[in-house]
Design a protein around this ligand. Sequence first.
Ligand code: ADP
Length: 190
Amino acid sequence: MQPIRFLCITGPSGVGKSTVTHSLMRLTRLPIKRCPTYTTRPKRPHEVQGVDYHFVSQAEFSELAKKGLLLEVDEYDQYFYGIPFIEPRPDCIITHVVNLNGAKNLKRCWSQMVLSICLLSSFEDIKSRLEAREKTIDKNRLSSRLQIVRNELESLMTIGKFFIDFYVENNELSKTVEKVNQILSLCALS
Ligand code: ADP
């Protein structure tokens, strides 16, 4: 078996991927290193440039794609997202926070070196988290986001099984983070 070199935290938008990953980085003793995705979407007030995402202009994004520096380019809710192409490193576990397409492509690229963990919550919980996170979002945009979430929840259980290694319910945050850390520790150290 190949050692785990990448951790991929995936799941529908609003399920808690970024929140869980932030807490995991504080909790775990394993050498995990976050690799932020490039995006053309505007930064939210609590997000930090270069930590949560690399926020770039459309022109900068196109340049990165043209130079072949992105493993995957995806369009989501009118903005572009690009996973940086990073080679595996022996000294750390490179951690990506990505949607389902991203998880599929990371697995396709690095296969058994990737541990993919998908977070799950009910549609109702995700809806109230998105409403709380994006208080100023207009109604049409929110309903198109929620339709995307519905589709993502459906895909998780169908095509997801081909590239997701573990599903973890994200109800109580501290328990979710502990569970993710347990899975990571077992897989990374075995
Ligand atoms: P994602 O990265 O999957 O889009 P976020 O990490 O931004 O989702 O989380 C969406 C919202 O849900 C945030 O406001 C976050 O604080 C909240 N959240 C995340 N996990 C939980 C949880 N277990 N219980 C309650 N709220 C949560």
